[in-house]
Every structure is written in C-alpha cells, then in structure tokens.
Design a protein around this ligand. Structure first.
Ligand code: SF4
Ligand code: SF4
Length: 345
C-alpha cells in the first residue's frame, strides 16, 4: 500500500510538471544536481575540479533549498568533487529522503571511502561509480589505488543490495579497455554509461593529449552500441559519434528549464559550472529559489559535450529514442535483479 501511495504521489508530481512545463511553458526543476563539494580524494589527470579552493555551500542553506524545491523536484543527484568527503552529507541525504513526496536520489562517487559511508549509502537509490578500465589503465589517469577503491565500493554496494552502475570516461586508449569493462559489467550485472574526457577540464591544452582520436572514438562508440548493458541512449551515442565536432541541436537545450545544478559556489546554473555564462550572479537565496529558477539566464543553448545533460535534454524534449531508452534501461535493471542472463549482442 505504501509503495502504491508513493507511486501515485510521484506520478502526480510528474503530471503537474507536464502541465506546468509543456502546457504553460514554465521552467520546472524536476531534476536537480547538487555539487556538494569541490574537494576530492583523487587527482585524476583529466580533472581540475579538485585543484581550486575547496568550495561547499553551507549546510543550512542546502537544507532550506532542498525543502523549498521539494515540492517540484523528483530526481536529485549528488556530485562533487567526491561527495562522500562532505562531512554533513548524511544531513543532506536525510533532508532529501525525508521530503514529504518520494524522490529518486543518485550519487556520483569514485568509490574511495564509500565503505565508511554505508549508513548514508543505504538511503540512496542508485550510485554511479567511476570505472575507466583495468587496474593499470584506471590507476594511470586516476592515481594508484583508485581501481581497488572502485572494486571495493562495488563489493560494498552489491553486499548491501544497492543499485549501482559504472561511469566510464572515454579517453586515449579506452578502446583497448572495452573488453575489460564489458566483462566486468556482465560479471557484476551492472550498466555502464560512457562520457567523453572533454567535459572534465576547463583547460583545453591539458585535455588535448588525453582525448581519443576521432577514429578511436568512433570504434569505441560502435562497440558500445552493441553492448547490451550500456546506459547511453542510441541518440546519445549518435552525439558522441560526432566527435570531435560539438553537437548542435535544432531545439534549445532544456538545461535551465527542466534540469538545474546548484554548484559548490552556491550559485544556480543551468547545467554545470563549465558554462559560467549560465549562472545566476549571486549565491542562491533558498527562500526565493523558485523565483530564481524562473530568472536563470535563458539564451538558447544548442549543445555541448555534457553527455549526461544531453540525455536529460533529449528526454525532456520527449525524444522517442531517449524515452525508449528509459524503458530499455528499466527492463535491464529488472532483468538483472531477476538474474536473467545478459550477453553481448
Ligand atoms: S574526475 Fe572525479 S574523482 Fe577524479 S579528481 Fe575529478 S572529481 Fe575527483
Ligand atoms: S547544451 Fe549543454 S551547456 Fe547548454 S544548457 Fe544544455 S547541458 Fe548546458
């Protein structure tokens, strides 16, 4: 009965979203990413998030903001840096999970130290763990011990019966790592999402030597397309296959009208800090957050390499292939839960 009530409550929120956003044309924060810290316990060679001053929005403001958005937001995503380094993460997780309406709470993590955070992991709905390839490859870009930390986190999550999947950054040499990633995913029964290395760094010189060649990217994408446990939609893979030409859509992106990010500097952005022109000028006032949501800069934006953002964009544009991927993904999760065999096509 409780499950039925939760489903009805989430369903009514989604219907309200559909009415307010698609019929009345209002911005509606159905999905919100909270970047809770810029601190990280790894220093991956393609990332500079961790290299600046540690930034964290104050706990009280975050909790007030969560409560203020709770009437609208269904999907919350915690990211960083490494979110588990934030000392009050349990307060943030509780604030989200104690909202009156049901929520779907996800978290990105590199896995290091996750074992010590079992109490808060218990309240998450899904964890996305970094996995770039075999130990040698993963540790080469992410630092010694990073692979073992990711494997340990997988054991912890599997032991807790917690849904998790892997996020694989495509960089130079990823092609040779695919067999390893596919085999591991099949063995563990987890999905893998693929993202390009370019989204991580603000410095193009730093990232250039780590980028795959167009040929390598295309070969990787063709193999990923045939892998049954990929979480990217076919339309999302088409975007990646355009590499190195930045995607360009015919309709403006839904970032800033249906999905938002609160960055670690306390400012509200359309999608992420990598596009500073998309932010509000001051840290968000939790008391007036919906007013702020309506005022976020809204010059049309037609594409970027933020593949996760693009998947959301296509879904909120009700693009059939992105919607079908949602169903496919849910079916895979169900099949995996039932222990049905899954093999590469
Ligand atoms: S890519 Fe993630 S795990 Fe690596 S340094 Fe950046 S924030 Fe940390
Ligand atoms: S296209 Fe990219 S940068 Fe622009 S709003 Fe969408 S996710 Fe953000």
């Amino acid at each position: 009965m409780e499950r039925l009530n939760e489903s009805l409550s989430a369903g009514s929120k989604v219907l309200r979203f559909a009415y307010e956003h698609y019929v009345l044309g209002r911005p509606y924060p159905l999905s919100v990413t909270l970047n809770v810290t810029t601190a990280c316990n790894l220093s991956c060679s393609y990332c500079d998030i961790h290299s600046g001053k540690r930034k964290e929005p104050p706990t009280d403001d975050l909790v007030k903001l969560i409560r203020a958005l709770g009437d609208h937001t269904v999907h919350w995503n915690l990211t960083g840096g490494e979110p588990t380094l934030r000392k009050d993460l349990d307060v943030i997780v509780d604030a989200i999970k104690d909202l009156p309406d049901p929520t779907y709470l996800t978290m990105f993590s590199n896995g290091k130290g996750l074992r010590r955070k079992k109490h808060l992991v218990r309240r998450l709905d899904e964890v996305f763990l970094s996995l770039d390839g075999s130990r040698t490859f993963h540790d080469r870009t992410r630092g010694k011990g990073a692979f073992d930390a990711a494997m340990d986190a997988m054991d912890v999550l599997a032991g807790m019966g917690k849904a998790y999947s892997a996020t694989c950054v495509i960089s130079k040499g990823s092609e040779r790592e695919l067999d390893f990633v596919f085999d591991l995913a099949l063995k563990k029964g987890i999905k893998v999402g693929f993202i390009p290395v370019r989204i991580y760094s603000r410095s193009s010189e730093m990232i250039e030597e780590l980028e795959p060649t167009p040929g390598e990217m295309h070969r990787v994408i063709e193999r990923v397309r045939r892998f049954p446990l990929t979480s990217n939609s076919p339309a999302g893979l088409d975007i990646l296959a355009r590499w190195p030409h930045e995607p360009r859509f015919s309709k403006p992106c839904k970032g800033g009208t249906t999905f938002f990010t609160l960055e670690a500097d306390g400012r509200l952005y359309r999608c992420c800090e990598r596009r500073p022109e998309h932010k509000l000028p001051d840290p968000v006032d939790p008391e007036r957050v919906m007013e702020w949501v309506r005022n976020i800069p809204r010059e049309p934006c037609y594409g970027c390499w933020n593949i996760e953002g693009q998947e959301l964009n296509m879904m909120f544009h009700l693009q059939p292939r992105a919607m079908l991927n949602l169903i496919r993904s849910a079916r895979i999760s169900l099949a995996m839960r039932r222990g049905a065999p899954l093999r590469p096509a």
